[in-house]
Design a protein around this ligand. Structure first.
Ligand SMILES: Cc1cc2nc3c(=O)[nH]c(=O)nc-3n(C[C@H](O)[C@H](O)[C@H](O)COP(=O)(O)O)c2cc1C
Length: 200
């Protein structure tokens, strides 16, 4: 396994996947580690639905929107679609005020990094047709659909780079490689009080 800092830096959202399956046991491991994520007042409102059966996957895929900045070029074609999904739910009775989505975010990032440590690519999908996904998966009204995590072994290698201007939209180069601009450290860092960023 890579060291943790390299692992965090090298994870990118993946939107093209090999078609080899992810073992159910591995999906369970990803959810099991997410149980250890921080949680406001330790209320743990986050729950999960695995969707890895082909028909369920195909129907869920139709309810997701991919990579708005380069649409439709990173909407996976049928040969590169996710081989599994983890649908992240919030049990509203357990949410501490407005902090439920924050708990979900901590759990989701844990899943993304755990997956990447196993060589599995992922994409966090917030653009979900939630009413239809609720019906498809039989999610009761006691729970909200927070996000969907799409999973599969990567069939693309996006690259992160320091953003050179304010526009941080990801883009495809002529070789069809996805570039993901990240704000440089000096543009977002303030030390001992809020100072004008020195970078850019
Ligand atoms: C809350 C949230 C919602 C997102 N929703 C989508 C989405 O609906 N579709 C998509 O293709 N990517 C989605 N993403 C992935 C982002 O586009 C991606 O994280 C961003 O471009 C940075 O790229 P990176 O993950 O490779 O660092 C989402 C990410 C977050 C954190």
């Amino acid at each position: 396994m890579q060291d943790l800092l390299s692992l965090i830096r090298s994870r990118r959202s993946i939107r093209r996947f090999e078609q080899r399956p992810i073992a159910r046991e591995t999906l369970l491991d990803l959810i099991d580690v997410a149980r250890y994520a921080p949680s406001a007042a330790n209320q743990q409102p986050v729950e999960y639905v695995i969707a890895d059966e082909p028909n369920r996957r195909a129907r869920l895929f139709d309810l997701l929107a991919w990579a708005a900045h380069v649409r439709p070029r990173r909407t996976p074609d049928p040969e590169h679609r996710p081989v599994a999904y983890i649908v992240v739910l919030r049990c509203t009775a357990r949410e501490l005020g407005a902090l439920g989505p924050v708990d979900a975010a901590a759990a989701i990032q844990t899943i993304l990094l755990a997956a990447w440590s196993l060589g599995i690519g992922s994409c966090w999908i917030g653009s979900v047709d939630r009413p239809r996904a609720r019906v498809l998966l039989g999610v009761p009204t006691s729970h909200e659909i927070d996000s969907v995590v799409a999973l599969g072994y990567p069939a693309e290698q996006p690259v992160a780079e320091n953003a050179r201007h304010e526009d941080t939209a990801y883009y495809l180069d002529p070789a069809d490689v996805l570039h993901v601009p990240k704000r440089p450290l000096q543009s977002l860092l303030h030390v001992n009080g809020f100072t004008t960023p020195s970078g850019r």
